[in-house]
Design a protein. Structure first.
Length: 485
């Protein structure tokens, strides 16, 4: 079931990646570098404000999973109703704030071709924010009930529409950002209604969804610290775009955002895995986090690395060639090194999603949130300085450093849950894993040579090692005794 649901998630999250690959070059051509940079910033603003659900989507998943098998209809109705009312209220407030801030936000970005047009697009998306935010609750219900097939049947067309919708407009000569923003907003509203309908159908028959003041405290307690991470962590990821727009230009945002959009779509792999794992971890709880669950965790980490390693290795070694063929040689000359930074950072940071999910699932979201609160001012200060001094290269380096530090801290916080009470660095199992890891890192040395044949040879070697590791994971998938660290 874990594998099946993960595959459903990969399909639902992966198809929009293909849509992005196909449509982004045409959007850049149709809107121009400044216009696409403005659209990318609007995507970022709405995507960020859409996370202001106080963590209630994931908190609802956790609460429903924790009480699975022993909750009655009244309890479920109160949990769901309270979460929906709170998130809708937050969405309305966020939309109003975004409308009020749209003018100052747009005015500070250099190089936007039409300020009024961009402000209109932001206004349209702000009107859709209540629906964007409340959708997290509907997804939480579907995840808690294990309805991943339905969840991804809805996620797939909505994700595709994010890129295909603007492309269709541009294809027919409609390049006004205000119109593009209105179409995207309409898509989010329709998507929310669809999510709500299927979430309602997945609830027990005869349930009464209603607000309960007694449920506000438990939901906010569970979601409060989660929302700190949900707000702060994406802020660190989105802030660099706005710093580049303020310090450099909207066109520079295009050079930065285009490779970042593609590389960060690799998040579909950890998102697919952790969405399935989170309800299981929450249901097990910290008291029952035994060896069998630990085996599942390590299998998940290894599986994610096997999936992401080949494409990220190819991106690192052939970054310039990829961007030249995809966009243009001129574009590649100004952006290829960012693709390399992002790919390396993603390879380092993707495994951190597992300890992050574990800590939130067992009720230790506060530890994660405090780490992110400490990271935030340091990250913003470092990014501002590096962008001011080194422009796009500085922004990419800041992103890479943040990925490395975040991964180290997440594994350190969850070390006892992942490694057990005693970490062993001896035995044949550990030696084999270390050798596999070293062999997997060696191909990255080929980044130092411009020779395509040598790069091809090294990348082939790395992919073969990765395939061998995948085979070992598959063979040992039911043998937890082989997952001693």
């Amino acid at each position: 079931m874990l594998l099946q649901n993960t595959v459903f998630n990969l399909v639902g999250l992966g198809a929009p990646l293909l849509a992005a690959i196909c449509t982004i070059p045409m959007l850049i051509e149709g809107l121009g570098e400044d216009g696409f940079g403005a659209l990318a910033l609007i995507w970022a603003v709405v995507g960020y404000f859409g996370l202001f659900d106080l963590g209630l989507g994931r908190a609802l998943t956790m609460r429903l999973a924790e009480s699975a098998g022993r909750r009655n209809k009244a309890d479920t109705g109160q949990m769901v109703g309270t979460a929906i009312v709170i998130t809708m209220s937050i969405g309305i407030a966020s939309g109003i704030i975004l409308i009020l801030l749209s003018g100052p936000i747009i005015s500070r970005i250099q190089g936007i071709p039409d300020m009024n047009d961009a402000s209109g697009a932001l206004f349209a998306m702000a009107c859709a924010l209540p629906f964007v935010v409340v959708t997290s609750c509907f997804r939480g219900i579907l995840e808690a009930n294990g309805d991943f097939l339905i969840l991804n049947a809805l996620r797939l067309p909505i994700g595709l529409f994010t890129f295909i919708g603007p492309w269709v407009l541009v294809f027919f000569g409609q390049t006004k950002l205000e119109l593009i923003g209105g179409v995207l907003a309409a898509g989010r509203i329709i998507g929310c209604i669809a999510y709500g309908w299927f979430a309602w159908r997945s609830l027990p028959c005869g349930i009464r969804v209603r607000l309960s003041f007694s449920e506000i405290g438990p939901l906010l307690t569970a979601g409060g610290w989660m929302t700190v991470s949900n707000v702060v962590s994406p802020l660190m990821n989105y802030a660099d775009r706005f710093l580049i727009g303020v310090i450099a230009s909207a066109a520079a945002v295009t050079f930065y955002t285009t490779p970042q959009e593609i590389v960060t779509k690799i998040w579909i792999v950890p998102a697919a895995v952790t969405a399935v794992l989170f309800p299981r971890i929450a249901e097990a709880g910290i008291a029952r986090f035994r060896d069998r669950m630990r085996h599942t965790i390590w299998q998940s980490i290894a599986t994610m690395v096997v999936f992401i390693y080949p494409p990220l290795l190819i991106m690192v070694l052939f970054a310039k060639k990829i961007l030249s063929l995809w966009i243009s040689p001129d574009f590649a000359a100004q952006s290829y090194f960012l693709l390399q930074y992002f790919a390396i950072g993603m390879l380092v940071n993707v495994p951190a999603n597992i300890p992050f999910t574990i800590l939130q699932g067992v009720g230790r979201a506060k530890s994660v949130a405090l780490v992110h609160l400490v990271e935030l001012p340091l990250s913003l200060t470092l990014t501002w300085w590096l962008v001011s001094e080194f422009s796009l290269a500085g922004a990419g380096l800041s992103w890479l450093l943040r990925c490395v530090v975040d991964t180290m801290l997440m594994f350190w916080l969850a070390r006892k849950l992942i490694f057990g009470s005693k970490i062993s660095f001896t035995g044949p199992g550990f030696s084999i894993r270390m050798l596999t890891a070293i062999l997997g890192l060696i191909p990255f040395v080929a980044i130092l040579t411009p020779n395509l044949f040598i790069k091809g040879l090294f990348s082939t070697t790395g992919i073969v090692v990765c395939a061998f590791a995948g085979y070992k994971i598959w063979v040992n998938r039911t043998r937890p005794e082989n997952v001693n660290i």
